[in-house]
Write a protein that binds this ligand. Structure first.
Ligand code: SF4
Length: 63
């Protein structure tokens, strides 16, 4: 079976900012275990840039 998980999942700190279960579930389903190529954090990492700590997968910032 194809692995659909993001290759960064073990080192990524984004989940610190998924403050509720529903938010965590949405981001995990849509990005970390889904369409991770669209993740704003992964795009920055892949292009060699620093990842702002509070950047969320959808490009917004956690409060
Ligand atoms: S937040 Fe982005 S970079 Fe981090 S594990 Fe999820 S998809 Fe990968």
């Amino acid at each position: 079976m194809e692995d659909r998980s993001c290759p960064n999942v073990n080192e990524c700190t984004a989940n610190r900012h998924f403050h509720t279960k529903s938010i965590r579930d949405v981001f995990t389903t849509l990005y970390c275990e889904g369409n991770f190529v669209k993740c704003a954090r992964k795009k920055l990492k892949d292009s060699g840039n620093l990842i702002p700590e509070k950047l969320l997968p959808n490009g917004q910032y956690a409060s």
